[in-house]
Write a protein that binds this ligand. Sequence first.
Ligand SMILES: Nc1nc2c(ncn2[C@@H]2O[C@H](COP(=O)(O)OP(=O)(O)O)[C@@H](O)[C@H]2O)c(=O)[nH]1
Ligand SMILES: [Mg+2]
Length: 331
Amino acid sequence: MAANLTPQYMEAEEEYKKAQTPEDKLAALKKMFQLVPKHKASEKLQADLKTKMSELKKDIEHAKAHPKKVGAPSYKFPKQGAGQYIILGGPNVGKSRLLTRLTRATPEVAPYPFTTREPYAGMMEWNDVKVQLIDTPPITADYMESYVSSLVRAADAAILMLDLSDDDGPFAAQTVIERLKEVKTILVGEKPAVQDDQSIQHVKTLLVCNKIDTEGANDRLEIVREMLGSTFPIHVISAEHGTGLEDLRNAIYDFLKVIRVYTKHPGKPPDMTSPFTCPIGSTLVELAALVHRDFAEQLKSARIWGSGVHDGQTVGREHVLHDKDVVELHV
Ligand SMILES: Nc1nc2c(ncn2[C@@H]2O[C@H](COP(=O)(O)OP(=O)(O)O)[C@@H](O)[C@H]2O)c(=O)[nH]1
Ligand SMILES: [Mg+2]
């Protein structure tokens, strides 16, 4: 990219894309504007950002002056655990059943469509961490709740569910992909490294083919592999009978691509019960920011126990962390 954008800028842009309120969007845009390198190659980008900021400011003022009386429902799920997944699919594919199998949540499961009217969240346990799963109302060619796309855009990843008991299953999944694409939300197996159009959000997605216990499921699975196998990682399950669920549970965690880091206080044993999770490749200073807002700036060094270091070795701010590292932060 000509403007040579920094990773910090890209992070702010990611925040912008995930923002669900005009206020959050504006805050992220301000950050992007501060972080954009100020030179010739980025002049157009700077101008675009300024235009967007002033439009948003107007929107916010307008909304304040004209408060909505009634509106479409909107839902916001604060992120919890190591990551947030949104479960998507047509009616009756088994989305709610999956949530009951992987979490303690108890959404209604029924053999007729549109039982789930509202999104429903649960926490999936994976070893010593938890992953948040959100069940949603179905998406069809002529029905999609207005708030669903913003939930998808805000999530860390998606599970697209497909019904192998139904000849139409593969096409129903394709419809979900297309409906979301219409609102610039693109389900992909892997996020592209660079994304120029800021209005488009890619969401990495696992394709989960459910009801493998039913007759003809294997034949339909062949069709699915041909249609979608090159786009998404495919997992085959029976949510009803439990087939493939442990593999899926592992895949859901692995796909987040995070590591676990445990913290300790000087002279005390580490807290091995609730790790922090951060993206693979994170540095000490990035972890520090998770532990405490002020720590990123204040951090001087750390001692670390784990892979690639001597026990208790002192490392600097840019040290790259590994899964299961134990760190003692010195501020
Ligand atoms: N045979 C079979 N039926 C399933 C499976 N998973 C879900 N179902 C059934 O499919 C119907 C719809 O399930 P539900 O979870 O409510 O679907 P949703 O509309 O996607 O939330 C229910 O009757 C479930 O019992 C499965 O793996 N195999
Ligand atoms: Mg449901």
